[in-house]
Design a protein around this ligand. Structure first.
Ligand code: GCV
Length: 716
């Protein structure tokens, strides 16, 4: 009896990870592999043979030792030559004569590509991690470690990889007072007051994490920029961060406030065609490069939501971008010019405005300008169709901007795996040059032959111990990096890697958690904005439902602008009979989206105004379907909670408890969303709830009375 009890306790102890974890280690935990499997891996990591060192190769070597040491219990010995089977040979043809001697086909790998191959060196079996550039070797190390972390075989390796996208960048909306616009993970990571003197170890861990997924750039400051970021006092701080990031292949970029010449130097104008202004920017850029020799360039939000820009002087976006591009070009820097523009002075549909402003400028930008376009035409909603600019500016490089921080998707507490959203956009077919003209092919440059390519993610990272405000939001950072490296990858496969590296390889955990993650995006769409609805969030802070809100001075900031519900029906008519936004898409897409009988249910109310009794594909009326979707969204969250509840044996207590509590919050808030929206729309539709459907818990007046002056992440 006692023996049986002891065996049971032992079994439980073996499953439940004893060690406390707080999420700081992200997916780079390198926890010991179970003895039998570690035993099988050890013969592949007996020695580390790395040649001449550089800061980047040293980082690669250190990571390999750290990773293998953690995973296998002991790091391989470092050696100058391969003297037995199982060596790992690391380096570039320049750094290592061994690598050079292998005459590997590294041509075409570029600076960042790598190969990992099982080879024989001096009669011994070895694994070589080789690259042309040092950073390629670093990426190769992370990939090699991932093989172990996800328990892949190490025999007969022949992996060859290079990124498909050139600029893989995080945009931090971080302010100099360390607040983060739309940030839900604590203060800014950047300790501006203590920089450049104190370099927190966390800066290095940030760089390691980014490099591990191939992210190679970071914009340090908010696109709603202040000029002071470009003042020398702050440039030296940025330079200190750049120095920490450099070995990890990460370049620093800055958001540039267009009116900085006025604010920093008292110029009377910032007209991009004014020679004095142009000289100011040239001098400023020269100064930046003296401090940060590998500075990446500027990100600019201009003439958007009150930011200054070239239109203040009657000039175009191209004039403004080109002025900065001319200053950066001699140094190899780029301009990422945002296409997120719309004006309430303009009576036309907000979803159309970026296209209207930018398409006429196609071909007018310098070669070192790339337009940064949000994934959808409005603003990072739970679901939007792809932005019509993708495929519509063949002569201009376009990068996509995703939002990792969940401004409109439940902040940090809602478990929503954004890989599914990213994948949906990237796989969308623009039909710009016929079938297969996907957004991914616009982004990787292959559709129109662009070499300057990019993908940006608005960072969800802050100084919270777990980096992203919740354990599961780490997956969104991870998935972004992996998809930026290769936009054709599968979100599900990426989720599986993340789960294995972040938690456990036990299939009893991996399978249900990946399923839960993949379903989570559809769940949030359903409980917030089903059937193509958008922007129903509380005005300003975007926390919680407020479909009734019409309080903001700008029509296009108010939910009622978007849903347009009245006694007859609901939805924004963007078909030919309405704003005709569909016409901005290529003909086959326009034909599908513009036709009520062909538009996918997901985009129904985005493109059409539909009577409440309209018969849906499901056989339900639109009203009944809306209620069904809201209810289904909440049911999905309940299902997620049940799934998680059954998984406690596989997760350390600290991380398990946090997710348990957050799923509880998510369920309450999903219910709140459902109930408030149903209460509001029912008052307009004046139809009964379908039979058996639970009525909202409170009256509409109650939901309308809620206010959240301290909701986090608000714009200043
Ligand atoms: C940085 C939305 C957000 C703003 C953000 C803006 C942008 O409007 O609510 O906080 O500003 O997008 O992307 O510029």
């Amino acid at each position: 009896m006692l023996a049986a009890l002891a065996a049971l306790l032992l079994a439980v102890a073996c499953v439940r990870p004893a060690r406390a974890e707080d999420g700081y280690d992200l997916w780079l935990r390198y926890r010991p592999i179970a003895a039998a499997q570690a035993q099988a891996y050890r013969p592949f990591a007996t020695q580390l043979v790395a040649g001449r060192s550089t800061p980047t190769l040293a980082a690669a070597r250190d990571e390999l030792l750290r990773g293998l040491g953690g995973l296998l219990g002991a790091a391989p010995s470092s050696s100058g030559a391969v003297t037995r089977d199982g060596a790992v040979v690391l380096g570039t043809p320049t750094s290592s004569s061994l690598v050079a001697g292998l005459h590997l086909d590294t041509a075409g790998l570029g600076r960042e590509g790598y190969l990992i191959r099982s080879v024989r060196v001096d009669g011994h079996a070895a694994t070589v991690i080789a690259a042309n550039g040092d950073v390629g070797a670093l990426y190769g190390v992370f990939r090699f470690l991932r093989l172990l972390q996800t328990r892949q075989p190490l025999a007969h390796l022949d992996i060859r990889e290079q990124p498909k996208v050139q600029v893989r960048i995080l945009d931090h909306w971080d302010n100099l007072d360390r607040s983060v616009e739309r940030g839900y993970a604590g203060q800014s990571l950047w300790g501006w007051p203590t920089l450049p003197d104190y370099l927190a170890p966390r800066y290095t861990d940030y760089a390691r994490a980014n490099a591990s997924v191939g992210i190679n750039g970071t914009v340090l400051n908010n696109v709603n920029a202040v000029a002071l970021s470009l003042d020398e006092r702050y440039l030296v701080k940025a330079a200190a961060l750049a120095k920490v990031f450099r070995p990890y292949g990460i370049r620093v970029y800055l958001s540039a406030r267009f009116s900085a010449p006025i604010e920093l130097s008292g110029l009377h104008s910032t007209d991009p065609l004014d020679p004095q202004v142009r000289r100011w920017w040239r001098d400023k850029v020269d100064e930046i490069y003296r401090l940060i020799p590998d500075f990446g360039g500027f990100l600019v939000k201009a003439n958007s939501e009150g930011q200054p820009g070239p239109q203040d002087y009657g000039r175009s976006h191209a004039d403004g971008a080109n002025m900065l591009a001319d200053a950066l070009a001699p140094h190899g820097g780029i301009v990422m010019w945002r296409a997120f523009v719309y004006s309430d002075k303009q009576p036309d549909d907000r979803a159309k405005q970026a296209y209207q402003e930018f398409v006429p400028l196609d071909g007018k930008f310098r070669g070192n300008v790339i337009l940064q376009v949000k994934n959808g035409p409005i603003d990072f909603q739970p679901r939007e169709p792809f932005h019509p600019l993708f495929g519509a500016m063949p002569k201009t490089p376009l990068m996509v901007e995703f939002q990792l921080t969940k401004e409109y998707l439940g902040f940090a507490t809602h478990l929503v795996y954004l890989g599914a959203l990213f994948e949906e956009t990237l796989r969308a077919d623009t039909w710009a040059h016929g079938k297969g003209s996907t957004v991914a092919r616009v982004i990787d440059g292959s559709l129109d032959g662009h070499r300057l390519t990019g993908m940006a993610g608005v960072a969800n990272i802050g100084s919270d111990r777990n980096w992203t405000g919740s354990q599961f939001d780490q997956a969104n950072w991870y998935a972004f990096g992996r998809l930026a490296w290769d936009p054709q990858q599968s979100a599900r496969a990426i989720a599986a890697d993340w789960v294995r590296m972040t938690y456990t390889n036990d299939p009893r955990f991996v399978a249900p958690v990946v399923d839960m993650m993949m379903a989570s995006r559809e769940a949030v769409v359903d409980y917030m904005t089903p059937l193509g609805l958008a922007h129903l969030m509380g005005a300003g802070h975007h926390y919680g439902p407020a479909p009734w809100d019409d309080s903001l001075p700008r029509a296009d900031w108010n939910p009622v602008y978007y849903h347009r519900a009245d006694a007859q029906g609901i939805g924004f008519d963007r078909s030919a009979s309405g704003s005709n936004a569909v016409a901005q898409y290529a003909a086959p897409v326009a034909a599908q989206f513009g036709d009520l009988t062909r538009v996918p249910d997901e985009y129904l109310l985005w493109f059409h105004r539909v009577p409440w009794d309209y018969r849906m594909r499901s056989g339900r009326t639109l009203w009944d379907e809306l209620v069904h979707r809201y209810t289904h969204g909440v049911d999905e969250v309940k299902r997620m909670r049940r799934t998680w509840r059954g998984l406690s044996a596989y997760v350390d207590k600290e991380r398990y408890d946090e997710t348990t509590a957050f799923l509880g919050i998510q369920q309450q808030e999903a219910q709140w969303w459902r109930d408030a929206c149903i209460a509001y729309f029912q008052g307009i539709a004046r139809r009964p709830l379908p039979a058996g459907v639970e009525p909202p818990a409170h009256t509409l007046t109650y939901y309308e009375s809620l206010s959240f002056p301290y909701a986090p992440g608000q714009a200043k």
